[in-house]
Design a protein around this ligand. Structure first.
Ligand code: ZN
Ligand code: ZN
Length: 148
């Protein structure tokens, strides 16, 4: 399943003439394996299992590439990263972050997004960076069910 997603990413990158290097592909695959939010430091540790010479700039450069081309998202309030459910295209985003299990539910409701922008506009405010993140407890943790 991950290989199919990797193939899709490779196709998108070749269509856009982007350099999807081996290291970027490796970090992308690592991101696909994450269940929720992951920090750059945790990713680096995982990367070093394959490539013991990997250094922080390696991971940050790869993450920057994946962010820029909308394969992953940055979670500002956690200083962490999340694979994108929509993959390869820009979209409005609202995040629900579970404080217990780190699961993140990604919403992309254009109505919420537009309402927020309109309110800003009415206040004469020009938004340059919009972040909508909520913290709380997910359904699984709330009802104490073991995660799937
Ligand atoms: Zn997304
Ligand atoms: Zn949870």
């Amino acid at each position: 399943m991950h290989n199919a997603l990797l193939q899709r990413a490779i196709t998108i990158c070749s269509q856009k003439k982007l350099r999807f290097t081996a290291i970027r592909q490796r970090v992308f695959l690592l991101m696909l394996e994450q269940k929720g939010a992951v920090s750059a430091y945790d990713l680096l540790e995982q990367l070093q299992k394959h490539d013991s010479g990997a250094k922080p700039p390696t991971i940050y450069r790869a993450l920057e590439f994946l962010l820029e081309h909308h394969f992953i998202h940055r979670i500002e309030s956690l200083n962490a990263y999340l694979k994108c459910e929509h993959f390869g295209c820009e979209h409005p985003m609202q995040l629900l972050i579970c404080e217990q299990c780190k699961q993140v539910i990604e919403l992309s409701d254009p109505v919420i997004d537009n309402a927020f922008s309109e309110q800003a506009e009415q206040s004469g405010f020009k938004i340059t960076n919009k972040i909508l993140e909520a913290h709380g407890i997910c359904h699984n943790c709330l009802y104490n069910e073991p995660p799937l």
